[in-house]
Ligand binder design. Structure first.
Ligand code: FAD
Length: 337
């Protein structure tokens, strides 16, 4: 049996490693960082189904988190939409989830090399799962965990001017607060940190004031800049999965699920390759075709809708209400997940 080498131990790389090991394929996984660690992510796994997580053997791990069922959307502090989520959405920190998956991969006999950076090389048997490649400098993503913040639904989405933020329940009573903002020079800086200051700057002062007295979990405050979304990246001769293949905008809450789904898609062709039944060039071609089939429509819909959360927050309130009441929530949810 041939060995599969994976660069990147986030959700895509780890879930691929786990599923290949369950099929008896030898796997070496290089992760530049270590576990556990906090990452910029809303940690709200929309679109995940029990069928997918059972297939990947991750259902027990997800039970360590919570399941979110309700959502309320606010535009500049005023409620515009309240909906139940079509499916319960797992909420679990990347601190917990990635570490648990890394542990499972090792238990299954995977060879995990942390602190090991590998470039995406067009080599046989190499899979690129290194996350989103650098994109435009105009977006910044911020996240932190808070205790002592009362929420009115499992997911609160807050739309502002040039940015939006979500509050979602995760394990042990923590609330994940994560936002995407147009990068700007902040006029006012307070001791509470960059996340509340960014919320203030995009007209979400009410939310910033709720966070300022709350306790922030040590080490959970993270930032990421230069983000590009939605397009398929296909470096020639390289098999890429997860965000390294295509990153969907964060408002969909679907990137984590897509990372799992891309592993679920790639595992078949890669197993045939490891068994010597498929050439490497055909493995790449087949996997890309399947990924395109699975994600093409979702990415196109997300690309069209990406400006909406920041634009809606700029409308006068009566118009926002009308727009909120006209949004076909379930239809959009289906198109984006
Ligand atoms: C602001 C923001 C909010 C988000 N909110 C949500 C949300 O609520 N729900 C959701 O589903 N998705 C969300 N996402 C998207 C989600 O985080 C990603 O889609 C998901 O993490 C993709 O998983 P991945 O494994 O492809 O990449 P990553 O999780 O980024 O993992 C890549 C791994 O590769 C490692 N690595 C990088 N380079 C190398 C190298 N050269 N060699 C070895 N290792 C390397 C990194 O250290 C990292 O651990 C959000 C994203 C952003 C930016």
């Amino acid at each position: 049996m041939k060995t599969i080498t994976i660069a990147g131990g986030g959700l895509a790389g780890l879930s691929l490693g786990i599923t290949l090991r369950r099929r008896g394929v030898p796997v070496v996984l290089h992760e530049a960082g270590d576990y556990p660690r906090h990452k910029v992510c809303g940690e709200f796994m929309a679109g995940t189904t029990p069928g997918l997580t059972d297939r990947l053997g991750l259902s027990d791990i997800l039970q360590q988190g919570v399941f979110n069922r309700s959502s309320v959307w606010f535009a500049r502090g005023r409620e515009v939409l309240r909906r139940s989520l079509p499916l319960p959405v797992p909420g679990i920190s990347r601190h917990k989830l990635d570490a648990a998956m890394a542990g499972l991969f090792c238990e299954l006999g995977g060879d995990l090399r942390v602190g090991s950076t590998r470039a995406g090389e067009p080599r046989e048997g190499w899979v690129l799962a290194t996350g989103r490649p650098p994109g435009e400098p105009r977006w910044i993503g911020l996240k932190a965990h808070f205790a002592g913040v009362e929420t009115v639904a499992d997911l609160e989405m807050h739309l502002g001017r040039g940015g939006y933020a979500g509050l979602a329940r995760i394990e042990e009573g923590w609330v994940n607060v994560c936002g995407l903002f147009r990068a700007r020079r902040l006029k006012k800086r307070t001791d509470a940190g960059i996340l509340p200051d960014y919320l203030d700057a995009c007209g979400l002062a009410g939310l910033a004031d709720r966070l300022r007295p709350a306790r922030q979990r040590e080490g959970s405050g993270k930032a990421v800049a230069r983000m590009g979304f939605s397009r398929f990246h296909s470096p020639p001769g390289i098999l890429a999965i997860g965000d390294a293949c295509a990153a969907i905008p964060p408002f969909t809450g679907n990137g984590m699920t897509m990372a799992l789904e891309s592993a679920d898609t790639a595992v078949g062709p890669l197993t045939f390759f490891a068994e010597g039944q498929l050439e490497w060039s055909d493995t790449i071609r087949q996997t890309r075709h399947l990924l395109n089939q699975r994600f093409g429509q979702r990415l196109r819909a997300a690309r069209v809708l990406h400006p909406l959360p920041t634009r809606l927050g700029q409308l006068p309130f009566p118009l926002m209400r009308v727009a909120g009441s006209l949004i076909p929530f379930n239809l959009l949810y289906r198109a984006l997940h």
